[in-house]
Design a protein around this ligand. Sequence first.
Ligand code: F6R
Length: 588
Amino acid sequence: MCGIAATALKPPYRKDTVQLLINLLKALEYRGYDSAGVAVYDLDSGRIHVWKKKGKVAELARMLEKVRLNASSGIAHTRWATHGPPSDVNAHPHTDCLESVAVVHNGIIANYKELKEELIRRGHRFESETDTEVFAHLFEEYLRTSEPFEAFKRAVSRLEGYYAIVAITTKDPYKVFFARKESPLIVGRGIKGNFVSSDIVSLLGVSEEVAPLSDGDVGWLDSEEIFVESEGKRKSLSFFKPSWSPAQAQKGSFEHFMIKEIHEQPQAVKETLTSVISEWEKVMEVVRLMEEWTAVVAAGTSYHAGLVFSYLLMKLSGRFVPVIDSSEAHHYSKVLRGTVIAISQSGETYDTLKAVRIAKENGAKVVGIVNVVGSTLDREADVTVYTRAGPEVGVAATKTFLTQLAVLGVIARAYAGQSKEEVGAAASRLPDIVAKGISMSIGYAKELSRTLAEKRDMYVLGTGVSYPIAMEGALKIKEISYVHAEAYPAGEAKHGPIALAEPGFPVVIVWTPEDEDKLSVAHEEFASRGSEVYWVGPEKDIPFPKVEWHEVPFAATPPLQLLAYYMAVRKGLDPDKPRNLAKSVTVH
Ligand code: F6R
């Protein structure tokens, strides 16, 4: 949900500022691609230059190809529109009346209408419809009577809502000012200078060490120093070296990040399993916490991982834990107690964090299943178990899903009383199953995508453990190929969904050995009405290896991801940047 990046570079590198900011924006683009913009303070002309444009970063990059200003500070933004439609004028950065301030923002300023009216009464002129522009004018207002950092803090103190906000001003052109409340911001120290950004991935190539900011932090950086205050007191940050390498966040020879990340799954699952099993004490701590009432909260793909976990746990141990969609979790606040397991690859999903905060208010212990070390969920959870997927750049979650299943499978087995050795033995087959799930299905998925890409609607059916996998497959198809795919339990179809069955209507059935009859009956019901029925399963239309029921998620997920991927590619769509979506959903 909007990507922010800013820097102050040391003197020898200042002419690289604009190009470096463009590179950071390219890495952040998965957070929004409605528009992109850059503002820098140019020491030679003594003013702030702003460039911004509706559309993708590549268009802005073309426009700025030759720009090499001697910049002491700069900010950049890629937008996922909330207030005001995507347009050049609504693109960030926003400036004040005097062009003495430029601001980028991620989040929502809830009281922007009142602030805007107040500022208009004071004579400020507004250009855009965004909530962000009020901050530029507020900062301008306080700069009349206060030193820049004081003015910035006074402006921040007027904001209601949530934000990551970053600004530069002509009044102190060597500094970048920043503040965070419930939207991620990370600072980074590098050889060329200092940085602040919405995520660690964008900082990989430029920062040796990073430190996430916390809610309420406000500060500034210049090329030498990073200064942060919390509740009016100077705060020392805990910097760490990111474990991800810059190369991991590159496409390499693949056409898209999504296909690269699908292919990385066997290794990602392997690394995750090795890591989680080696931290057996932590697994047992989670098991002990689960002796209390336990609920799971998660969104989107992570929610589907939660459903697989709940099913596995119930089958292996008889224990049932509810899985609550994070966006609905506040309605279920009474059951967010005991132990709450929050699953989130980014660790920044607003709805999931909100559920976690409700749980903590209720006195619950929180277990986070997280891919991003240092993310907000990681820091707020009582215990974090990491997935080791590496950076996931494609907006649609792929490898993070299977690594979540790997972690959750270990926890479910440990809860069911299996020893470390037993869990290790069961886990050892999984990376190979994933690899075969990819290699056996890829050609068939590509071929079937030819037919399915032409369709408007389709069903994806499953039963038992293959039902949440059907849900995940339908989500992938919907979000990247824009074909309306809905998942149902196979037996549920006859209670309504079958009304859509007619010649040419496609149905994909996800095999599991648990109840093949149920799946075959659904097949007959649809086929007899002329529907086109395709199976994903051993020796089926899209094949994967014959596996035990509990291994089905690892075998069946890659074929469905590949189907979605090739459907999108056939339609000429960019699977890495599906319309209206952003990787990290930090708004409510
Ligand atoms: C779907 C997808 C989203 C995320 C959801 C939760 O491909 O990526 O549905 O799964 O926004 O994100 P995290 O896991 O970061 O909390």
